[in-house]
Design a protein around this ligand. Structure first.
Ligand code: OSB
Ligand code: MG
Length: 374
């Protein structure tokens, strides 16, 4: 595959409703989309960085900078055997996994189209339908949250995840658990607690949670191993796991019993597949996390979720939970059983709506192999 052109676009798009986590509130998204032309075929990827460095160290603007000044110049005009070789082109750039993932995933989409197969098949996926859960932001009161949970369960979702932070945890979990004793319920703290909170976090044990996601510091695997030894609830690591070696470290240290995989956080499909394999070989369930993506990122998440290690419902849910109008067609829909049917068309299996993207674009930058060669 020859990387003939790369185009970055920043689009701005308002979420239907604000989403509150322990690190802040997200409402107006600023999203970088990457379009690559390889062997004459156009592939799309999404950079999942947030507007602020509250989840990890990347932001929309750091991704724009690193893609524009380092990643695109390193990749333009290069010939690679497959998208799986892309990480080799950007090995010299430390970190910035979300920025790299935007271009790598666009190449995976292009390669699947060149080969005339769905992206899920190119990745080695086996599922035809994936199980869906939802992630619910922090609410004003436990009563509001219970109402939201009820709506999502009515929509068929198989697992409910509640965002928590100190002062907005026990009461909320207790209220939801009381109303819905039998559901798959989990919590996500996005690094809001410390090891000294172990006795407090142990109070969540009686609620029979499926998991507690990333309670402690975003880059600290070791202290999670200390916490896991003190609580019954299974810890799931999100922020801490940037690659397969991190996953192996966490498993061997017994820092978690479940891992969430996000394409952007691990740098793209190639590394995500490795993380999945490390976990699968050791009996650690994985599931696909979400970053409030548009349809482009969502379609990549769906393809990844078809790999055999993805045995728990993910955070990949319907487009209309996030957007008045998505940038793909058809939009991502969820069945009454809380599943998404994996598209069977080539590449992402959804049509990217260029007209809508153009309307939302606030800046753009392009590289072409001919110009790079001159
Ligand atoms: O930790 O999973 C997270 C959103 C932004 C940043 C981090 C996280 C989240 C979510 C939302 O939980 C998942 C989604 O619905 O896309
Ligand atoms: Mg999380």
């Amino acid at each position: 595959m020859k990387i003939e052109s790369i185009t970055l676009r920043e689009i701005q798009k308002r979420l239907k409703s604000p989403f509150e986590t322990s690190f802040g509130i997200s409402h107006d998204r600023r999203i970088v989309l990457v379009e690559v032309i390889a062997d004459g075929v156009s592939g799309w990827g999404e950079v999942t960085a947030g507007e602020t460095p509250g989840y990890n160290s990347e932001t929309t603007d750091t991704a724009w900078h690193v893609l524009s000044d380092f990643i695109a110049p390193a990749a333009i005009g290069k010939e690679i055997g497959s998208a799986a070789e892309f990480p080799g082109l950007v090995e010299h750039i430390r970190g910035h996994e979300m920025a790299k993932s935007g271009l790598e995933n666009a190449l995976w989409d292009a390669e699947a189209q060149i080969k005339g197969i769905p992206l899920s098949k190119l990745l080695g996926g086996t599922l035809q339908e994936i199980a869906c859960g939802v992630s619910l932001g922090i609410r004003e009161t436990p009563e509001f949250l219970v109402k939201r949970v009820e709506e999502e369960l009515r929509g068929g979702y198989q697992r409910i995840k509640l965002k928590i932070k100190p002062g907005k945890d026990l009461q909320y979990v207790a209220a939801v658990r009381k109303q819905f004793p039998g559901i798959w319920l989990s919590v996500d703290a996005n690094s809001a607690y410390r090891l000294e909170d172990a006795a407090h976090l142990r109070k969540l044990d009686p609620f029979n949670l499926l998991m507690m996601e990333q309670p402690l510091n975003w880059d600290d695997i070791y202290t999670h191993s200390r916490l896991q030894a003190q609580i019954e609830t299974a810890i799931c690591l999100d922020e801490c796991i940037h690659n397969a070696i991190h996953a192996l470290t966490a498993i061997e240290l017994k820092a978690c019993r479940i891992i969430n995989i996000k394409l952007g956080r691990v740098g793209g499909h190639a590394e995500a597949r490795e993380v999945q394999e490390v976990c699968r070989a050791r009996g650690i369930p994985v599931w696909c996390g979400g970053m409030l993506e548009t349809g482009v990122g969502r379609a990549h998440n769906i393809a990844m979720s078809t790999l055999p290690g993805f045995t728990l419902p993910g955070d990949v849910s319907a487009s209309n939970r996030y957007w008045e109008e998505d940038i793909i067609e058809p939009e991502v829909e969820v069945t009454p059983q809380g599943t998404i049917r994996v598209p069977t068309g080539i590449g992402l299996g959804y049509t990217v709506r260029r007209d809508r993207i153009e309307r939302l674009t606030v800046r753009r930058n392009s590289w072409s192999a001919q110009l790079a060669a001159v």
